[in-house]
Design a protein around this ligand. Structure first.
Ligand code: ADP
Length: 492
């Protein structure tokens, strides 16, 4: 039985600076979303503590040979780190699950191995991204040399604490940078173990640091620190804009931003296997209770199969069993906080007032284990201006719109703000590829939905869904800057 006693999970207390735990008195309380109880405290770094951490990271980056050593040596350390992460699943998975929305079962089967494999992927790039020799006149040699930035600031969200951290830290470290990471104050513990394992694997102390605290104080202090040369962030569009503004004012410094989404699932009436499709579409909005930036939240179906498909999705929605992340029989995660559950419900209510019809769901489960569990919800009869179609909900709420022809379907798939991901489902290859070209989104999945362990495929958004990419070669490149060199070796 994959379970644990939540009270028994000891959480590391303090920041992680200079390769060790740096204790500080608690200033915040971290709750367990599964049962709503307070689990443990958390310190909050003020500007002075952030300054000390960044100074330390910068000194370690200059002092250690992390950026200068043979790239394959850096790769070896990252691979060792990945092995340690994988071997540590018994400790990491409960630490991940206890205060987050990640079920223990999935943390064991997916989050921890996916984190480890992501680190291995980035390790492979250590010696693969050299610079260029430029086409110059014969007695000149022009070089474009790549170098790390120095200290990269990373700020991550609460929905996939380990995986998000591994994407940010793995790419930055592979490129030879040091990192100061601020995890979400809602899910701060598992990354502490990740950092300990990094040091055990041979990442020099001070190269990967963690400071805890809220966004307005700790996060802001990271973005504006003069020794942070580059920022990477995943979270909401509003916070991304604030971070970009801070990077502009206190640099300027580049920022990679992976932000919100309102991703369409465009289904044509020739889509094969409605049962499989219903499972894909239901899974893409109920996985992690819809608290996924790439959640497929707008179902757009060609008339003819809409009712049939909606029925099969509804069956799957109703079959869910909510439960704590340590309950092995549960199939639906809690909402991260009561506040967030209220926000979901407010949007659903506003959607109904604007004319949406409820096919199923529409409220909290009444008898959950203490936390807030929202019923998977399907809203029909919505138009493009309905609040549930316009706003990112970050919960298990799917809207259904119908269309007659390809042109109308593509028009509905477009969103005025977001362009993170899209699903296209059809048996017609030409139609699939026209939709791929026609939809402005950073990722288009055809006849599937969701990422695989093909880490080489980058992820990131268009429009207000972000700037730059996580994963892929592009993520490592974003952690390197280019230095131009011109050598004159003409006769003296
Ligand atoms: P959510 O609303 O989903 O919690 P946010 O985008 O607000 O997501 O938060 C994602 C991360 O950004 C968290 O680690 C949070 O503490 C941090 N954060 C929030 N506000 C700021 C800010 N103004 N500057 C820097 N980081 C911030």
């Amino acid at each position: 039985m994959r379970t644990f006693k939540p009270e028994a999970i000891q959480t590391p207390r303090g920041h992680f600076i200079g390769g060790r735990l740096v204790p500080q008195a608690d200033a915040l309380t971290v709750h367990r979303p599964s049962d709503g109880r307070a689990h443990a405290g958390l310190p909050a770094a003020d500007a002075a503590t952030v300054d000390a951490a960044v100074q330390d990271a910068h000194a370690a980056w200059r002092r250690s040979d992390w950026a200068r050593r043979a790239p394959r040596e850096r790769a070896r350390v990252l691979r060792r780190w990945a092995d340690l992460v994988e071997a540590d699943v018994a400790q990491l998975a409960p630490l991940e699950a206890v205060c987050s929305t990640r079920p223990l079962r999935e943390a064991i089967a997916w989050d921890v191995p996916f984190t480890a494999e992501g680190l291995r992927f980035f390790a492979e790039y250590c010696d693969k991204l050299g610079g260029e020799v430029a086409a110059t006149r014969q007695d000149h040699l022009g070089l474009v040399v790549t170098e790390p930035y120095g200290v990269v600031g990373a700020i991550t969200p609460w929905n996939f604490p380990l995986v998000m951290a591994s994407w940010k830290v793995g790419a930055a470290l592979a490129a030879g940078n040091a990192v100061v990471l601020k995890p979400s104050e809602l899910t701060p513990y598992s990354v502490m173990r990740l950092a300990e394992l990094a040091v055990e694997a041979g990442v020099p102390p001070g190269i990967f640091n963690i400071v805890h605290g809220d966004g307005a104080t700790t996060g802001e202090a990271i973005t504006r620190h003069p020794l942070i040369s580059k920022m990477t962030f995943t979270g909401s569009t509003g916070t991304g804009a604030a971070i970009m503004a801070s990077c502009a004012l206190h640099g300027p410094k580049p920022a990679t931003l992976e932000l919100g989404g309102k991703s369409p699932q465009l289904v044509f009436n020739d889509a094969p296997d409605l049962d499989k499709l219903a499972s894909i579409i239901a899974g893409a909005i109920t996985g992690n209770a819809g608290q996924v930036c790439v959640a497929g939240s707008r179902l757009i179906v060609q008339r003819g199969i809409a009712d049939e498909l909606a029925e099969r999705i509804t069956e799957r929605f109703k079959a869910h069993r909510p439960g704590a992340t340590w309950d092995d029989t549960a199939t639906l995660s809690p909402i991260i906080s009561v506040r967030q559950a209220q926000r979901i419900h407010e949007i659903v209510q506003a959607a109904r007032e604007a004319g949406a019809q409820l096919r199923c769901g529409g409220g909290l489960y009444e008898d959950g284990p203490g936390g807030a569990f929202y019923r998977p919800t399907l809203l029909e009869s919505v138009d493009a201006t309905n609040p549930a179609v316009v706003q990112e909900i970050f919960g298990p709420v799917l809207t259904l719109q119908t269309f007659n022809d390809e042109e109308e379907g593509l028009a509905l798939a477009a969103h005025e703000r977001y362009g993170l991901a899209a699903g296209v489902h059809t048996a017609d290859i030409g139609r699939a590829l026209r939709a791929m070209r026609g939809i402005a989104a950073g990722t288009v999945w055809i006849n599937r939905y969701g990422r695989t362990s093909d880490f080489v495929i980058p992820t990131g958004g268009f429009h207000q869904s972000g700037i730059g990419k996580d994963l892929g070669r592009q993520a490592v490149e974003a952690n390197l800057r280019h230095k131009s060199v011109l050598i004159d070796f003409g006769a003296a």
